[in-house]
Design a protein around this ligand. Structure first.
Ligand code: DAH
Length: 344
């Protein structure tokens, strides 16, 4: 029995010596020290030995077993450390090396304009509307009726507005003014918000017009709001957005939801004179409509027009961007030609 034990130990030692990594060590460990190993079988056979031999052989088996386990553990620690060191060496990164260049895109020019205008109005005390008050898919009531549009107004015509085929009063909003109504229905004055977003019109696409474009709506309702304040705010906006040198003009106009109403034009800086595709040769481009909120609109949203008044405006984001950077065709914003987009 003793010989057998020594034989196993010898074989174990020579195989242990030949181990070169954790994996081969694991194999040796399984072969010599697992439950089904020859060595363990000797332990199981103890019970069949004559009584006087049991304690001697038992003690020897335990001693050798401890020795072998200790040797395996030592080797295990050694290989573990060695493999870890190698891994760390291999995976070491030199943080002083130059990084790889990862080309990044950038913000679309229209989004840049929206961000810029939003910041200007935030400085003037306006806050951004909650998105749920400014939906793009809308019902006629908020896009037209509560904005004082008469039942038969031509803007409601299918030639001008996109209607949903399956639900006749569902439309793609034709203006961001729907946000005014929803905001006023859901909050009490003072109200001072702006609402940027997409709008849709069913019209022929040209250098000046696309059937999807962007507007920024503004609304200020409080006691004693005046037309002079409207003019002051919009003049300040133009000064900050264009710089003071840009010629502009206020024109009286008409919108069903404002009284009185105005429009602001900015001089066409890319004007090609008579027949200019951008301004139709007029020399001016309209950038926004505005006015004092019609008392009928206030009544419709249960704000008392004898106590409160307000002004509102809606500006065209594409037009404002075209005028700032001398872009002569609105379609460039939507074609996604990187040669164009890269310039901003
Ligand atoms: N919604 C108008 C349009 O799309 C623009 C406009 C005019 C907005 C006057 C207003 C306003 O808020 O007061 O042409």
């Amino acid at each position: 029995m003793e010989n057998k034990i020594n034989e196993i130990k010898k074989a174990f030692l020579s195989e242990l010596e030949a181990c070169c990594d954790l994996k081969s060590l694991e194999n040796v460990k399984n072969k010599y020290l697992s439950r089904n190993s020859e060595f363990n079988n000797l332990k199981k056979g103890l019970k069949d030995l004559p009584n006087e031999q049991k304690p001697i052989i038992g003690a020897l088996l335990n001693k050798i077993s401890n020795e072998l386990n200790e040797l395996v553990n030592k080797k295990n620690d050694f290989f573990y450390k060695k493999e870890l060191d190698e891994k760390l060496k291999k995976e070491k990164i030199d943080v002083t090396l130059d990084g790889d260049y990862i080309p990044t895109g950038h913000v679309h020019p229209l989004t840049q304009t929206i961000n810029e205008i939003t910041t200007i109005f935030e400085h003037l005390g306006f806050s951004l509307i909650k998105p749920q008050y400014s939906p793009e898919v809308e019902v006629e009531k908020y896009n037209f009726d509560l904005l004082n549009f008469p039942k038969e107004h031509p803007a409601k015509d299918m030639q001008d507005t996109f209607y949903c085929e399956n639900a006749s009063n569902v439309i793609l909003r034709s203006q961001t003014s729907n946000a005014q109504v929803r905001q006023m229905m859901n909050s009490k004055p003072p109200i001072k918000i702006i609402s940027p977003g997409r709008v849709y019109r069913n019209e022929a696409v040209s250098a000046r017009k696309n059937n999807l474009f962007h507007q920024i709506e503004g609304l200020y309702v409080d006691k004693g709001v005046t037309m002079a304040q409207l003019k002051g705010v919009l003049n300040e906006f133009i000064r900050l957005y264009f710089g003071s040198s840009r010629p502009t003009r206020f024109r009286s106009s008409y919108f069903p939801f404002t009284e009185p109403s105005v429009e602001i034009d900015v001089q066409c800086i890319m004007c090609k004179g008579e027949g200019c595709p951008t301004c139709s040769g007029t020399g001016w481009l309209e950038i926004l409509g505005a006015g004092m909120v019609d008392p009928n609109v206030l009544k419709g949203v249960e704000i008392n027009p004898d106590i409160y008044s307000g002004f509102a405006f809606g500006m065209g984001v594409e037009r404002l961007t075209m005028l700032k950077y001398a872009i002569d065709d609105i379609r460039l914003f939507f074609n996604n030609d990187v040669r164009f987009l890269k310039q901003f």
